[in-house]
Design a protein around this ligand. Sequence first.
Ligand code: FES
Length: 198
Amino acid sequence: ANNSQGLEGFPRYKVANIKQLQGSCPVYFFAYPLTDEPCFLVDFSKLNNMKNVEFKNPYANQFRINTNFKDIVGVGPKGSICAFSAVCVHLGCQLPAQALVPSSSDPGLNPSTSILHCPCHGSMYQLDQGGVVVGGPAPRPLPMVLLQYDESTGDIYAVGTNAPYFSEAVPRRRPRDNLIYDPRYSYSVPSNPACVRV
Ligand code: FES
């Protein structure tokens, strides 16, 4: 299965090959669509043994474009790979998806619950429910990047998103006005292989 819908105007380009996801780490970082917009692939077959994942799009019917866009499916040989923005939609801190943590109350990604916990103000996103908010101040789900998979080459393509990423609601004048990261300054894409067990 492949995803073919999403917000219009996004490019389609290769973000990884399946061979790059062969280690035990369930997370792989990439940038999309711009080089300073960090996103990550998560392979649920490694995170929590989910295969052929299919989510209700948490943003269905919230945008004028593609209002019939109801489902997002996992890609790859096991239908288990999805992707999310790595920027918290509360105030824009970068999410440490590479930090595999033993408890959902720790900042990072807890494999047993698939909850990604933002270090800034404690927003919690449940990745295996499509990034819905299960705690903290985040006002909306974590945006997903839509993927397509080429079985003949193993290439994984990003083709769009289901929602806008974080954008600044309050103007800030200097980098230090933000807590950790500010989109006008630099988000960085963590290097791969990504995982750090905390
Ligand atoms: Fe993530 Fe505030 S920026 S909880």
